[in-house]
Design a protein around this ligand. Structure first.
Ligand SMILES: C[S@@+](CC[C@H](N)C(=O)[O-])C[C@H]1O[C@@H](n2cnc3c(N)ncnc32)[C@H](O)[C@@H]1O
Length: 321
């Protein structure tokens, strides 16, 4: 199985698919969510799906996607959503719904040659798009100690980030980082006291931190949110599933205020500008039953918002007489 989609029913329902509507799946992966969206589309409906991974593209070349008149796969980073959608004839302000199911697919995680997981020996790569220049090994070999410390603590909230950064620099003085095992060994030596689940959690945090940096995941998400806001029509829906707190915070702030900080901005007249009406005050999470069947869904958090009508100012204070 390439990937078991998380919150499948909830996500597709949240999109409120109209048979003739235009929808975007920003993270096609194994096409699980896309398949469910496509099944709800009728004649004239469109689904444009993005993924930067060539293996996801191969999935899009199979049934029911291949040859489907309403379906288009776009092999690209979703941070350039607007540019690519325009190239496919979709104008800003016209999209009915956009879904992003962030992070990596199970297939990416479980393929040793991609280097995403500490559980398999493989090249320390971690690029979702193998066409990108810098691998995880390059980051470890070329960053300064301070940069590594910052990366581990900012993106992984890793304990003892300073000790780990120093251990990485010491390791590469004798031999450059090449494989996932090189990094596992350095982590084990730097934090000898960690065992069992604690060790697994620690390694997962370290690997996740590197992955976020290699793929500039937070930068890409911010660009995506900006473009998605422009592309949606009034009352169009944005559905985002995230898997760690940094992503979720960014999404939450964006839906609340239309910016990464979550601080509503006023226009020239003092009207607060909020591009979205938040549909889910609290994020939707998988049920126990789903987690039992698909443990990888356990950290999923889904947020949904509806684009506001552009011409509806919201007043900071009660308007005067
Ligand atoms: C969790 S999987 C999506 C699974 C999908 N919903 C399904 O049902 O199979 C995330 C996918 O998003 C892709 N991805 C992550 N960040 C991306 C980005 N910035 N641009 C394009 N694709 C991205 C990954 O390559 C991966 O295939």
């Amino acid at each position: 199985m390439y990937h078991v989609p998380a919150l499948m029913t909830e996500a597709v329902e949240a999109l409120q698919v109209r048979p003739q509507g235009v929808y975007v799946d920003a993270t096609f992966g194994g096409g699980g969510h896309a398949r469910a969206i496509l099944a709800r589309l009728g004649q004239g409906g469109r689904l444009l799906a993005f993924d930067q991974d060539e293996q996801a593209e191969a999935n899009a070349q199979q049934a029911p996607f291949a040859g489907h008149v309403g379906f288009q796969f776009i092999r690209a980073n979703f941070r350039h959503l607007k540019r690519h959608l325009r190239a496919w004839g979709v104008l800003p302000g016209t999209v009915d719904g956009i879904l992003a199911d962030l992070g990596v697919s199970s297939h990416q995680l479980d393929t040793a040659g991609r280097g995403f997981s500490f559980r398999f020996e493989g090249p320390l790569d971690m690029r979702m798009n193998p066409g990108e220049e810098r691998t995880a090994a390059d980051w470890l070999n070329e960053s300064t100690e301070a940069e590594l410390q910052d990366l581990f603590s900012r993106y992984g909230e890793v304990r003892n980030a300073r000790t780990l950064a120093r251990a990485c620099v010491q390791f590469r003085e004798s031999t450059p980082f090449r494989t996932t095992n090189d990094l596992v060994r350095v982590c084990d030596q730097a934090l000898k006291s960690l065992k069992g689940m604690d060790r697994a959690r620690y390694l997962a945090q370290v690997f996740q931190a590197l992955r976020i940096a290699v793929n500039d995941e937070l930068g890409a998400l911010q660009d995506f949110l900006r473009d998605a806001t422009e592309m949606l029509r009034p009352a169009g829906r944005l559905v985002v599933i995230s898997y760690h707190s940094l992503e979720d915070r960014l999404v939450k702030n964006w839906l609340k205020a239309g910016n990464a900080e979550g601080t509503p901005q006023s226009d020239f007249y003092g009207n607060i500008r909020r591009p979205f009406e938040v549909v889910t005050r609290k994020p939707i999470e998988p049920t126990e039953a789903e987690i039992q069947q698909n443990p990888r869904a356990r950290s999923a958090k889904m947020r949904v918002a509806e684009k506001r009508e552009a011409a509806q100012p919201e007043y900071d204070n009660e308007p005067g007489p």
